[in-house]
Design a protein. Sequence first.
Length: 265
Amino acid sequence: MRLCSIASGSSGNCIYVGSEAAHLLVDVGISGRKTEKGLKELDLTGNDIDGILITHEHADHIQGLGIIARKYGIPIYATAGTIEAMKGCSSLGSVDAGLYHEVKEDTKFTIKDLTINPMRISHDAAQPVAYRISYGNRRVAVCTDLGAYNDYTVECLKGMDALLLEANHDVNMLQVGPYPYYLKQRILGDRGHLSNENTGRLLCRILHDGLKTVLLGHLSKENNLPELAYESVRMEINMGDNPYKAGDFDIQVARRSEVTPAVIV
């Protein structure tokens, strides 16, 4: 199974997860042209994609969805609340209602040889989810856009072989940055985004011997730096109450507009 970020950041997100037989995208928050370019780097085309898993309806997750879904007739999987919210997004254009497939939190479904299990997340959207995807006994997760985590989150993310996890902002950069007060409060709130430090603390609770790679994703362009996210998360792991050190794991930062090397599990 492969996990690869085509694009990840506050300006657009598109993640690929696939096996030899099944190919999925998690969100299409970049243009159709950029999505196709990213797939080409993976030796794929839109015709190869078996499904698009949508986490929520914000523009940085669905910007190119309408174009790609219409062009290739790809099924779209999302919660009922997200589907209704997307239907109200004029920017999507006309999408055949038959392409939408409703999913439910903690209810597994399969696409070819991949099993997908949505999980609840805390974000200011209609009915947002993250996705856990398994192939046999191998498991990966794509989990971004969560302002807070709890024991449920931890349990859902335990036992992963690889995961893409949000490290959205540095708290100090956000607080002194140019964003208006209300937006800062939204990002810092329980339905906003995870800071670098909180991402590190969450990782401390889910690290295990079998974890192969952690991709840090959904970095803010204005309120974070790749080097800062990387070092802050590593520091939290090294200082945390856990038996591991950051050097025990492969930790990478997903690039804003470049395809990352594929993680093979």
